[in-house]
Each structure stands twice: as structure tokens, then as C-alpha cells.
Design a protein around this ligand. Structure first.
Ligand code: GTP
Ligand code: MG
Length: 247
């Protein structure tokens, strides 16, 4: 049922946008009337560490990576109210979805967005100076309100990272799916095909999965190198799960 001809992209409305009640504004900017794009999926996610680290895997090791993880997990904006730590994840579909949304979103750095593209969404963001206990500036965080996939390959990786096939109506599935033939369980960075105490069941036989996710699990099960990490498959099955929140 997947439609290869339909461009698809992932948008995340980040915790600073939620805190500042900018969700409605952002949805209006990205409306079908303004962009010609349609919703294919939408969910509220409490982002656990596995999902945060997989989403921003390309930035691992950079100086701004730790504050970036705290930011997307909602720890920076809601340090004392864990229930408010949320991100709204949206899949948009339609012609040129990736560049159309990146254009409205604007530059990564809110100062550049304000100077170069006033009116873009990120022009409303801010740069936060991070300080140590003595009050000295030790780094910065770019609170830029929104994430948008940078290209088609990133969009595919990110949509499969955040969304289960069942989060998207079958006729709008942008990528191939198939049914699992086995049970798969996850526990502390390991995959099992038989029940392990304190493991989380990721798939039972008959469950619909992204085809590439099942390819990854099958390779790991056979001791071969998968196309992407186990955590990329399991993150979406552990977020919004009481048992997955502390992972
Ligand atoms: P996303 O849509 O969030 O992925 O942003 P992007 O694709 O425009 O930028 P990129 O993927 O390069 O960076 C991811 C996030 O890291 C950004 O949204 C910023 O919050 C943060 N970031 C990127 N570059 C810098 C930097 O040089 N300094 C700091 N402090 N943060 C950065
Ligand atoms: Mg990016």
C-alpha cells in the first residue's frame, strides 16, 4: 500500500515550543493551505534517552550533544515536572515535503533565522547560555522550536524511528511493511526470541512492522551485522511505555 511517489517528512514540535504555546502557530504555518502537504501521522511522545540519542546520533561526540539530548527529552524546559516533557511528532506528505517545510522552518540558529529569514518559525527561537555553578558561560543551547528532516533519506530513517506502522493509516504508509513471524523481546541492549524476565515484547507473530526493522532484527538474531542499530528499531516501542520511560 505504500506510495513511493509521495514525498514524506518528519516534523517535531520541541519542548520549548510547547512551553511557549506555539503549537497552534506552528501548525498554522505548516497547514495544507500554506504548504499543500497533508498529515499522515501525529503523536505526543515522552522522549526517553534511547529515542533522543538515536534521533541525534549524527551529533554524538559534539560539544553541544549532551545539552541537545536534555533539550529534546524536555529536561531543560521541564526539570521538575516530568509529566510535561513532551514532543509532538508529525508526518507530512505531499510534493517536495522536505524542502517546503525546511524553508518555512528557517535556519538552525535562531539569530541567523531572524537576520536571514524574518518570519520563519525559528526566528522566534533563542540561544540559551549554559553556565557552571560559578555562573561562567560554558556553552550554548539552540532552542529553535522545531525539527524538520533535512533530506529524503533522513526523513525515512526518522519516520521509522518515531512511528510504528500502526501509528500511520495503512493507505498512507510511506515505506514497505510486513508481518513478524516471531516473538522479539528487548532487554538492556539485547534482543531475545524467547521470553526473558523483565524484557519488553517488541513484536509477536502477525504484528505489522517496517520491513527494514524486521530485516535488522533477523540479522541480529543470526549474529550478522544489521543495517542500523537495534536501538533504532526498539526506541518507538519503548517510548510512551511505562517500562520504557527510564531507559
Ligand atoms: P534539527 O531539525 O533539530 O535536526 O536541526 P537542523 O537539521 O537544522 O540542525 P542540525 O541537525 O545540524 O542540529 C540539530 C540540533 O542541534 C539543532 O536543532 C540545534 O538545536 C543543535 N545545534 C546544531 N548546531 C549547533 C551548534 O553549533 N551549537 C549548538 N549549541 N547547538 C547546535
Ligand atoms: Mg538535523
Amino acid at each position: 500500500m505504500h506510495k513511493k511517489e509521495l514525498d514524506t517528512t518528519l516534523v517535531l514540535i520541541k519542548p520549548d515550543a510547547l512551553k511557549n504555546s506555539l503549537t497552534g502557530y506552528i501548525l498554522s504555518q505548516l497547514s495544507e493551505f500554506n504548504t499543500g502537504l497533508r498529515f499522515a501521522g501525529m503523536k505526543v511522545v515522552q522522549v526517553n534517552r534511547i529515542l533522543a540519542e538515536e534521533h541525534y546520533a549524527e551529533h554524538r561526540g559534539k560539544v553541544f550533544y549532551p545539552p541537545l539530548i536534555d533539550y529534546i527529552m524536555g529536561l531543560a524546559h521541564y526539570p521538575n515536572t516530568p509529566d510535561r516533557r513532551r514532543v509532538i511528532a508529525i508526518v507530512y506528505q505531499g510534493p517536495n515535503a522536505v524542502p517546503k517545510i525546511r524553508q518555512i522552518v528557517g535556519s538552525t540558529d535562531p539569530h541567523c533565522a531572524r537576520e536571514g529569514q524574518p518570519g520563519s518559525i525559528r526566528a522566534l527561537g533563542m540561544i540559551v547560555h549554559l553556565r557552571n555553578e560559578k555562573g561562567e558561560v560554558i556553552g550554548q543551547r539552540m532552542d529553535n522550536l522545531i525539527h524538520a528532516s533535512a533530506n529524503a533519506a533522513d526523513a525515512e530513517r526518522e519516520i521509522k524511528l518515531w512511528f510504528k506502522p500502526n501509528d500511520i493509516p495503512p493507505r498512507l504508509h510511506p515505506f514497505p511493511t510486513r508481518q513478524s513471524e516471531k516473538h522479539y523481546y528487548y532487554k538492556v541492549k539485547r534482543l531475545f526470541t524467547c521470553y526473558e524476565p523483565e524484557s519488553v515484547c517488541i513484536f509477536a507473530p502477525g504484528d505489522e512492522a517496517w520491513e527494514s526493522d524486521l530485516d535488522v532484527l533477523e540479522k541480529i538474531d543470526r549474529g550478522k551485522k544489521p543495517a542500523y542499530p537495534l536501538e533504532t528499531v526498539v526506541a518507538k516501542y519503548l517510548s510512551n511505555e511505562a517500562r520504557g520511560m527510564n531507559l
